[in-house]
Design a protein around this ligand. Structure first.
Ligand code: HSE
Length: 308
C-alpha cells in the first residue's frame, strides 16, 4: 500500500450504555465499516464511493465529508482527500453508523498527514459529522470509535474525554429490529428537564458503572446498567423492548438497554457463552412477534479504529 492511501476499519459503537446519556460509550469489535482514504493534490474532500447504504455522497451532506472539512480547516495541508466508504453498519440502527464514518475519515486523514492532531482534536472534528447527522454534536459514539474501549465525556465545555478500562470477560450482544429510528427524531421526544430524584438515581449508576469497570466488578456493572431518564421514553419506539430486556436478563445478561438512540437493544454479559445465550433469547422474542432482526455478539474493541 502506498503512503498516500490507507484502508481502515471503523468500529460500531454503543452510546449511552443505559445510565450515561450523551456521556458514555463503548466500541465493538465484530461490527464496523471499512474506508479507503487517499491524499489528492486537489483541495477539499470528495466521497468517491459509498456502498452498502443509501446515503448522500455530496461532501457537505455526508458526515465523513463534513468531519473531514473540519480537519482540513484546522490543518496547514493544502491538498485534499478522496474517501471511499464501505458501509457495514446500517444507518439509523443505533450503533453509531454516522460516528464510524465521521471518526474513520478524520482518523485516516490524520494518519496520512503524519498525525499532527491529538485524538481529542479528532473527536472535535468528528463531532461535526454528528452535528450534521442528528442536529447535536454529541461525542459519545465518536469518542469510543477513536479511543477504543469505554469512554466517558466528562465535559463538553471544554471537551474532556476519559478512557475507562475494559474488564476482560465483558461481551456485548446487540440486536437490531429492522426498523430505522433517526437520532434527531428520538432526541426530539425527550424531556429537557429531569427531577432531582431521577438525577440522584442516574448519577449513582454512572459512578457505579465506572467503578465496576475499573475494578472488574461484573455484579456492580450489572446493578448500574439502569436508565431512569431516557429509556422509559424512548423504549416506546422499539417493538418488544420490555420482553427482549426481560428475556436477556433471564438468559444471564448483566444488564440490557437501548443502544444509542435505538432501535438496537444491547446487553452486556460476563463471557462469550452467556452473550450468545442472550443473543438467542433476544432473537426468539422477535421471531415470536415477527420482527426481522440482525444480531451481533462482540468483544469490546479496546483499540478503536485500525489500519487493515
Ligand atoms: N447520545 C446520543 C443519543 C447517541 O442518545 O441521542 C446517539 O447515537
Amino acid at each position: 500500500m502506498n503512503k498516500n492511501e490507507i484502508r481502515i476499519f471503523a468500529p460500531a459503537t454503543i452510546a449511552n450504555i443505559s445510565c450515561g446519556f450523551d456521556v458514555l460509550g463503548l466500541a465493538l469489535e465484530a461490527v464496523g465499516d471499512e474506508m479507503v482514504v487517499r491524499k489528492t493534490s486537489e483541495k477539499g474532500i470528495k466521497i468517491t464511493k459509498l456502498t452498502g447504504q443509501d446515503l448522500p455522497t455530496e461532501t457537505l451532506q455526508n458526515v465523513a465529508g463534513v468531519a473531514g472539512l473540519a480537519l482540513l480547516a484546522a490543518s496547514e495541508y493544502d491538498g485534499g482527500f478522496e474517501i471511499e466508504i464501505y458501509k457495514k453498519i446500517k444507518a439509523g440502527s443505533g450503533i453509531g453508523s454516522s460516528a464510524a464514518s465521521s471518526a474513520g475519515a478524520v482518523w485516516a486523514m490524520n494518519a496520512l498527514l503524519g498525525n499532527p492532531f491529538s485524538k481529542l482534536e479528532l473527536v472535535k472534528f468528528a463531532m461535526e459529522g454528528e452535528r450534521l447527522a442528528s442536529g447535536v454534536a454529541h461525542a459519545d459514539n465518536v469518542a469510543p470509535a477513536l479511543f477504543g474501549g469505554f469512554t466517558l465525556v466528562r465535559s463538553y465545555q471544554p471537551l474532556d474525554i476519559i478512557n475507562i478500562p475494559t474488564p476482560p470477560a465483558l461481551y456485548a450482544t446487540v440486536i437490531h429490529p429492522q426498523i430505522e429510528v433517526k437520532t434527531s427524531d428520538s432526541r426530539r421526544i425527550l424531556k429537557t428537564n429531569i427531577s432531582l430524584e431521577d438525577g440522584i438515581k442516574q448519577w449513582g449508576n454512572v459512578g457505579g458503572l465506572i467503578a465496576g469497570l475499573f475494578t472488574n466488578d461484573y455484579d456492580l456493572i450489572g446493578r448500574s446498567l439502569v436508565d431512569h431518564i431516557v429509556e422509559p421514553i424512548r423504549s416506546i419506539l422499539i417493538p418488544g423492548f420490555d420482553k427482549v430486556k426481560e428475556d436477556a436478563l433471564e438468559a444471564g445478561a448483566l444488564g440490557c438497554g437501548i443502544s444509542g438512540s435505538g432501535p438496537s437493544i444491547f446487553a452486556l454479559s460476563e463471557g462469550e457463552d452467556i452473550a450468545r445465550s442472550v443473543a438467542e433469547a433476544m432473537k426468539k422474542v422477535y421471531q415470536k412477534i415477527g420482527v426481522d432482526n440482525d444480531v451481533h455478539v462482540s468483544k469490546i474493541n479496546t483499540e478503536g479504529i485500525k489500519i487493515l
